[in-house]
Design a binder for this molecule. Sequence first.
Ligand SMILES: *Cc1c(COP(=O)(O)O)cnc(C)c1O
Length: 390
Amino acid sequence: MKKDTKIVNAGRDKKWTGKSVTVPVYHSSTIIHDTVADLKWAIKNIKNKVMYYGRRGTPTHFAFREAVAELEGGHDCLVYPCGLAAINAALMSFLSSGDHLLMVDTVYGPTRALCNTVLKRMGIETTYYDPLTGANIIELIQPNTKVIFTESPGSVTMEVQDIPAISKAAHQHDVVVMIDNTWGNLICFNPFEHGVDISIQAATKYIVGHSDAMLGTITTNEKNWLQLYDNSYYMGYTAAPDDINLAMRGIRTINTRVKQHEESALKVARWLREQDIVELVLHPAFSDCPGHEIWKRDFNGSCGLFSFTFKEGHDDAITAFLDNLELFKMGFSWGGFESLAMSFYNLKKERFGNQWNNYGPLVRLHVGLEDPDDLINDLTVGLNHYKNAM
Ligand SMILES: *Cc1c(COP(=O)(O)O)cnc(C)c1O
């Protein structure tokens, strides 16, 4: 079946829906077992999507897990209260004291903070690597390296990673490859076809798609499933049924939405590229984006999120730009119907291999579902304020 057909039908097995088109929302902590024999059967099948106790899940959870696992192309999936909790659960399930983690230098900021604080305190050592390292990553693998963590394109600066080359090197040393696949959503990148073992989604973004719930998912291949399942259970991870219901609703339109985000973002990005004060438009579909050739080879498309830098300027000019946008709201997160703009002031400090010292101020845009011509008009006003403040 083609993707759109899968998106409509994923997780809608009759065993979850009954006679309804949609999956019921179970609000349940306690599950009633009618007989001792029923209870014993549930215990025996506890890892196979059977109702046992609320934390182990209900059909609301099971159907969503099945849908995401199918659409990501993995073996099975678990749900978490937000994307960062999923990242934490993935790392904590596969790393122990004394282990070494290879982390991409362009990772989502809070993931970096997690490594530098909690993981460090637990005796897990992190080495940050260049996002454009492909097969050469093998030189960084130590005897105690257990996980290589990737995020492609890189957070904010959009470098596309050579995931197949990294996975090949990792598997030669029995190292687990994880990806934060939030930009790739369920449409733009198929992680398991490119050698990834574990794929994480901040479902908060395009899966929920309407900025009204937070949720995370982890999908694994068969080999790594039980380790993730058991450890996540020991750590007490679960997610609320109403939030899962919103995410399940989001799935039904994700391809339609992402296609529109892609088209509108490309229109805005092409326009931005022609503005005299814009230095660089960092969009994986543009040939000057680092890793563009790999994006062309491995991805199915792009979404609404990209960045750009100004040729020159300072904090006052960025402030004038952001404060005078009306349709682009200033806020974190992305993947909803609305357009967002955000400046990242810490890039020059945070990253080790820091070529970002050479560029002007950077702004990240999420292009929402508004008419792109209106968005361009909005940016025109913002750019004029930027110029006047320079
Ligand atoms: C937002 C985001 C996260 C964290 O997701 P939350 O649901 O906000 O915790 C992780 N990774 C990426 C790439 C994100 O954009």
